[in-house]
Design a protein around this ligand. Structure first.
Ligand SMILES: [Zn+2]
Length: 166
């Protein structure tokens, strides 16, 4: 009987959380997986290897978004061919269409931001705050590869936005 209790130790599968795996904030936002970048001692910020790392992330993300946009266009073309008899169904379908369109619109804007970030990588200007020029930082960029502001400027920006919205 005691043996059962002692089983609930570190060997219990439920307690085996991937604690030793590096967790990336906002990974749920990302439609792909990537290995968090490991910096070497004295490594220069945004050297070739770091730029290549972010180019990989941005390109994979863009590809994923483009695929979704393409799929929606096909789905909507197919759906618009079938005319629903029930006006309620039609209204529901229209609502769903509008929601899809808004989502795609957001995605298209995001693709544009990704393209801008890729351009910055080409120009070797990627990873610095647009407002104060400070390094945005690898971890923040991994969570938000399209970030153009450092966390401090972003916070200030949000406070200002909230004030003007009131
Ligand atoms: Zn800044």
């Amino acid at each position: 009987m005691k043996a059962k209790d002692t089983k609930k130790g570190p060997n219990d599968p439920s307690s085996k959380t991937p604690a030793n795996k590096p967790s990336v904030t906002n990974q749920s936002m990302m439609p792909y997986k990537f290995e968090p970048y490991q910096t070497a001692d004295g490594e220069i910020y945004m050297n070739e290897r770091q730029l290549a790392h972010f180019r990989g992330i941005l390109e994979a993300w863009k590809k994923e978004l483009m695929k979704e946009v393409d799929n929606t266009i096909i789905e909507m073309k197919e759906a618009s061919v079938t005319v629903l008899a029930d006006p309620n169904d039609r209204a529901t379908q229209e609502e769903a269409f509008n929601l899809e369109l808004r989502t795609r619109d957001r995605e298209r804007k995001l693709i544009r931001k990704i393209e801008e970030a890729l351009q910055q990588i080409d120009d070797k200007e990627y990873g610095y705050c647009e407002s104060c020029g400070v390094e945005i930082g690898i971890r923040r960029l991994e969570a938000r590869p399209t970030a153009v502001l450092c966390i401090d400027c972003k916070t200030l920006d949000e406070i200002r936005e909230k004030r003007t919205a009131q």
